[in-house]
Design a protein around this ligand. Structure first.
Ligand code: S3P
Length: 428
């Protein structure tokens, strides 16, 4: 299915943002590790998260939906699944589950779709092997992991990856061995925060986190807040479509995830945060963006982990800003669901914007957005949604070559965008 986005005027209203993807995966997995019944409210019911739910059932865990976004997980001992676990498109599912399975002392084979099968996995299986886990396979899926964990580890998490950090911590849960992860540049810390909420002793000291004495999880209620990576599409659109004013409520404002909001502010966006409060160890709040003049800016490699999934939409915002934007340190973007650095440069160029990859930097010169291009997404959800936002601010509509994969992270994207007045429709 192809989709076309057409500029029709200002975007106005409250954007219906779904639950956070990172928190949703973790709520399911941690619930599966906790003895007793964990209840989850606001779970993101996207393909990636459902892949985790299905995988957990194969490990012998009871996982049930009992209302929209409401799930029940009855955790306990895991067993080795009979068949390979298909993680679909989801890097978070496969990397976290490899660590958790190893920690539970079971044996499991993991597979994924064409995109996931191209992504690097040694970054996870390397540290797991160092922890004494048996691994069959190389850099890519399919891979087999077999616990138990027999050795502790002091892992240096470079390049900063929350998925790798999480895999190491989850592997260590079934042991009393010394397990620590040091991060020169911090990655998102949801695993540490949510493990602590589940009653695990997690010691955090500067850029180091380590497992303490209590490593068992106590079942609990998890309320999943709005996904800042999904909110970014509406906030970015409001920033570049003249006359717009959009609010996103109850969105996660964890500093390791708020890089995009900070980037908008740095570029001069008319942005306000309100109703900031705590929930489940995390900070959440409402964010409002009004259209106004934006200016190109420079972003350094250290800033990337706090907006790693938002670089495609940041590049679109840069197209609507005055002057040049330079985003450094994007090597990791080449290893996401697609080579996002190359595809953003290509897609923006196809829509009349001067954009190029310069080593591992992305350089975008803002200006009138001609649009009119057909954009190649290579099955990457964030490349698709970002270019649809570009179309909402362009002189001519923008068409994306494929749209089904938007459901991996944001199945209600079109509906939510329609809710603020965006015109996004199917084309033959
Ligand atoms: C995620 C971590 C990030 C991010 C991904 C989700 C997570 O990847 O890109 O979409 O939930 O832990 P890294 O492991 O590269 O940080």
């Amino acid at each position: 299915m192809k989709l076309r986005a057409t500029a029709t005027g200002p975007l106005i209203g409250t954007f219906g943002v779904p639950g956070d993807k990172s928190l949703s995966h973790r709520a399911l997995i941690f619930g599966a590790l906790a003895a007793g019944e964990t209840v989850i409210a606001g779970l993101l019911e996207s393909e990636d998260v459902l892949a985790t739910a299905t995988a957990l059932r194969a490990f012998g865990v009871r996982v049930e939906q009992f209302g929209p976004g409401r799930w029940r997980v009855i955790g306990g001992a895991w067993r080795s699944p009979d068949a390979p676990i298909d993680c679909g498109n989801s890097g978070t599912a496969v990397r976290l589950l490899m660590g958790a399975a190893a920690g539970q002392g079971v044996r499991a084979t993991f597979t994924g779709d064409a995109s996931l099968s191209k992504r690097p996995m040694r970054r996870v299986t390397g540290p797991l092997e160092a922890m004494g886990v048996r691994v069959e396979g190389g850099e890519r899926l399919p891979l087999t992991v077999e616990g138990p964990v027999t050795r502790g580890i002091a892992h240096l998490n470079v390049p900063a990856s929350a998925q790798v950090k999480s895999a190491v911590l989850l592997a260590g849960l079934g042991t009393h061995l010394a397990v620590e992860v040091a991060e020169p540049v911090p990655s998102r810390d949801h695993t540490e925060t949510m493990l602590a909420e589940f009653g695990v002793d997690v010691e955090r000291e500067g850029h180091i986190c380590r497992l303490g004495a209590k490593r068992t999880l106590d079942a609990r209620l998890v309320e999943v807040s709005g996904d800042p990576s999904s909110a970014a599409f509406a906030l970015g659109a409001a920033a570049i479509v003249p006359g717009s004013e959009v609010t996103v409520k109850n969105v996660l404002l964890n500093p390791h995830r708020s890089g995009f909001v900070m980037a908008l502010q740095r570029m001069g966006a008319d942005l306000a945060m309100d109703n900031i409060r705590g929930r489940g160890g995390e900070t959440i709040g409402d964010v409002r963006v009004r259209f106004g003049p934006l200016f190109g800016a420079e972003f350094t490699a250290e800033e990337i982990p706090s907006m790693v999934d938002e670089i495609p939409i940041l590049a679109v915002v840069a197209a609507g800003a005055r002057g040049e934007t330079r985003i450094e340190g994007l090597d990791e973007l080449r290893h996401k669901e697609s080579d996002r650095l190359a595809l953003m440069a290509e897609g923006l160029t196809a829509c009349g914007i001067e954009a190029r990859a310069d080593g591992d930097a992305l350089v975008v010169r803002g200006g009138p957005i001609r649009g009119g291009g057909q954009v190649r997404t290579e099955g990457d959800h964030r490349i698709a949604m970002s270019h649809l936002v570009l179309g909402l601010a362009a002189e001519q509509p923008v068409v994306i070559d494929e749209a089904e994969m938007i459901a991996t992270s944001f199945p209600t994207f079109r509906e939510a965008m329609r809710g603020i007045g965006a015109k996004i429709e199917e084309v033959a």
